[in-house]
Design a protein around this ligand. Structure first.
Ligand code: GAL
Length: 413
């Protein structure tokens, strides 16, 4: 509708269709929750301020699986969107298929090589060419705790696994759901990222990055599944299929004690008018302090006709603008994808996120998130989703799960 109106206005003003088309981007994304939509709006407004119209193609579903299925259908039909929200290995897969645009002209002009951390360049570039523009860095090893629910347990944030269990037990005694969770494979896997990391950075590296069969199938992995089984005992009966933002709402409303989720959850707390320190507390998953499992949303640009390339370059340049990176990430809950953005506008959780990212990067404890496509390609991620979810739902036992995980991953890697 918007596009039609703009088009008739452009035609009435004597502007040709071609000239109008240069000024539009069609964007496929999965940012449909309250906090996500508020952040997306910062980008839409920024582009509209430059005269670039926005054609929205939202495909709901946290983690982006449904969006990736919709994308495949569009590309197969020969009708790729201009820009697509995408994660890690998915970007490289599309690049290998030769479907992505070459953004080197804008990247060189704007100096991306010197400000984007190497860990993100590994996914934003292929064969020496920039193919996508990173808009943020999220991380998955966070816990979001209701301040009043924590105060009711004595007020001390948990630092170790044992502390965590004690706080969860106390919340149960206090009559609330200790752990707000949505039973969807990607959400189970998001907790699994943190649980594996809590058993050591070497273990995360071996199991999730190197896909080492002994680590995937061994005793430490059994301990990871035992922890998952324990966490499962703190969720409510209605957790199955619940969307992640509804789980956040349970904590926001004080119906649940905490949520283990990436920092996009902070966007929901902020959208609800809550403040870190006053209404909620953000901590790293106990036992993972000093380490970060990251995922970075990038806008992969598809190879499109010349008439759409100018708008595409304008979008890429906007995304990488330092002021935009600050404004957007303050709302989204993530941190900037450039190393030169000041932290002043960020709240305490955001400042912590920026500091943690920098120090993890320096100390070699920054790892790609398996749950969000930055540790291994989609086939491996999906194999892991399947085992972790079946175990979480009690279909396979903690004793059986490691061997099942090792075998499933060996079959697809
Ligand atoms: C992640 C994505 C985030 C986020 C989340 C829930 O995969 O990187 O930006 O919003 O899914 O939809």
């Amino acid at each position: 509708m918007f596009r039609r109106l703009m088009l008739s206005a452009a035609l009435a003003a004597g502007v040709s269709h071609g000239a109008f088309a240069e000024e539009q981007v069609e964007v496929l994304h999965w940012w449909t929750s309250g906090g996500e939509a508020a952040a997306l709006d910062v980008l839409k407004k920024d582009l509209e301020g430059q005269g670039v119209a926005w054609a929205d193609m939202p495909v709901a579903g946290g983690g982006g699986e449904a969006a990736m299925t919709a994308l495949r259908a569009r590309v197969t039909a020969g009708n790729a969107p201009t820009a697509v929200q995408m994660l890690g290995f998915d970007i490289l897969d599309w690049a290998k298929e030769g479907k992505l645009a070459d953004l080197n002209a804008v990247a060189e002009k704007e100096g991306w090589n010197s400000v984007v951390p190497a860990a993100l360049q590994a996914f934003g570039k292929h064969d020496g060419k920039w193919i996508s523009a990173p808009v943020n860095v999220h991380s998955t090893n966070w816990v979001w705790i209701s301040k009043s629910a924590l105060d009711a347990t004595g007020g001390k944030a948990p630092e170790t696994w044992e502390d965590l269990v004690a706080v969860l037990d106390k919340m149960k005694e206090n009559g609330i759901t200790p752990l707000a969770h949505g039973g969807q494979a990607w959400q189970d896997a998001t907790i699994f990222d943190a649980v594996v990391l809590s058993l050591g950075t070497d273990f995360y590296q071996k199991a999730m990055i190197n896909l080492d069969e002994a680590a995937l199938g061994g005793d430490q992995m059994k301990e990871a599944f035992a922890r998952m089984e324990k966490l499962r005992s703190y969720v409510d009966d209605n957790f199955s299929g619940r969307d992640w933002n509804l789980a956040s709402a349970m904590v926001i409303e004080g119906k649940a004690g905490m949520q283990m989720m990436g920092d996009w959850a902070k966007g929901e707390f902020l959208k609800a008018g809550q403040k870190p320190g006053d209404d909620f507390v953000c901590i790293r998953f106990p036992g993972t302090q000093g380490s970060v499992t990251f995922n970075s949303d990038q806008f992969a640009m598809f190879a499109v006709g010349e008439e759409r390339q100018e708008a595409q370059a304008a979008m890429a340049a906007s995304i990488m603008d330092p002021k935009f990176q600050s404004a957007f990430n303050v709302v989204k809950g993530s941190v900037p994808a450039r190393t030169d953005v000041p932290n002043e506008a960020f709240d305490d959780c955001g400042k912590k996120g920026m500091a943690d990212l920098a120090s993890a990067n320096d100390s070699g404890t920054l790892f790609g998130s398996m749950a969000h496509g930055h540790a291994a390609p989609a086939a491996v991620k999906n194999a892991l989703y399947d085992v972790v979810t079946r175990h979480f739902n009690g279909e396979i036992s903690t004793d059986e799960a490691p061997a099942e995980l090792a075998a499933s991953i060996a079959a697809v890697k």
